[in-house]
Design a protein around this ligand. Structure first.
Ligand SMILES: Nc1ncnc2c1ncn2[C@@H]1O[C@H](COP(=O)(O)OP(=O)(O)OP(=O)(O)O)[C@@H](O)[C@H]1O
Ligand SMILES: [Mg+2]
Length: 310
């Protein structure tokens, strides 16, 4: 659905800013790819090129077999683009009028009304089709953006920080919709600074660094870059025994003590017999009330990479 080869973009200036220095990756139908990278890594620049808002300085990008630079008009008909944050809606117009207006930019109007109602239905806003957008919450506005993006039944959906500023419930609703669309075969390219978006949605991660793709991995493999298999959290009441970390022989072990009791966390590289034996000894010799085991997420990987490891 999306094929990018050696894509480059330099912004003029003295000296010029080379933002993308040869980026290549693909996104298949039904796949959700999380595009990651620190602030300024070039994620938005890449999404702008793919949405034909910006021309590349070199390389190629094809959307559903249409080259974005040579056949921008055609490529545009196959994409939906949703940028996060508040912008670009007419507050005094109804949801339906907004979607007709923005959708009217790319097709004959008479076909748009039923399609507009369908898109509003897809995002759970069809009951509010005639309400003015000024009466909408942030989450509802973001869903309206999503509906506008869905108007052309895109084969590729691009989302730039789609959950920014949304409360937990609305963010979850947006994620659910994205998952449903991918389930129906839409290819999705998603950026977010919230690891939870990537952890819940992405099947693959593409990480940009210094203008290039530094990692392109299935999500499970990406999580393994965290360098540990699990984080274990033990807790109990009273005072912590100070010998915990030494028993676990683990430099990552941390003890937290407060008036309610203690918590110790440590990372397990792999679940071998030795780790289990030491863990059993801890539980036998100390009053452990609770054990919690969690797998590393995208955040743990990004933290490790930022610290210069791996
Ligand atoms: N029109 C422009 N002219 C000059 N430089 C630009 C322009 N647009 C972006 N840049 C530069 O390109 C770099 C990449 O910006 P971009 O917005 O693509 O990053 P990003 O990965 O989306 O970052 P963020 O996570 O903060 O959204 C930045 O250094 C930015 O200053
Ligand atoms: Mg950005």
């Amino acid at each position: 659905m999306l094929r990018i080869r050696d894509l480059r973009r330099t912004f003029p200036g003295t000296p010029p800013t080379e933002v993308l220095r040869g980026v290549s990756f693909t996104v298949q139908a039904g796949e959700i790819v999380g595009l990651l990278g620190v602030n300024g890594a070039g994620k938005t620049t890449l999404l702008k090129i793919l949405s034909t808002l910006l021309l590349p300085s070199g390389g190629e990008a094809e959307i559903c077999s249409h080259d974005v630079a040579e056949r921008g008009g055609r490529a545009r008909r196959h994409i939906g683009v949703i940028f996060g944050g508040d912008r670009g809606l007419y507050p005094r117009l109804s949801a339906l009028d907004n979607i007709m207006f923005f959708g009217g930019l790319s097709g004959p109007r008479r076909h748009l009304r039923p399609r507009a109602l369908e898109a509003l239905d897809q995002v759970g806003l069809v009951q509010r089709a005639d309400s003015r957008v000024e009466t909408f919450s942030k989450g509802m506005r973001q869903r309206l953006h999503l509906a506008i993006g869905l108007l052309n039944r895109p084969c590729l959906l691009m989302l730039d920080e789609p959950t920014v500023g949304l409360d937990l419930e609305e963010a979850q609703r947006v994620r659910q919709m994205v998952a449903t669309l991918a389930g129906a075969g839409t290819a999705v390219l998603l950026t977010s600074h919230y690891p939870v978006d990537i952890d819940r949605l992405a099947s693959r991660v593409v990480l940009l660094g210094a203008g290039r793709v530094t990692h392109d991995l299935p999500i499970a493999q990406f999580r393994r870059q965290a360098g540990f298999t699990a984080e274990v959290r033990l807790s109990g009441s009273g005072m912590a025994a100070q010998d915990f970390p030494s028993v676990m022989r683990d430099p990552t072990a941390r003890i937290l003590q407060d008036e309610n009791g203690w918590t110790i966390t440590f990372q397990v590289e792999s679940w071998d017999a030795d780790v289990l034996t030491r863990l059993a000894r801890l539980v036998r010799e100390h009053p452990v009330a609770d054990i919690d085991v969690s797998s590393p997420g995208v955040e743990a990987v990004l933290r490790r990479l930022a610290s210069g490891h791996a």
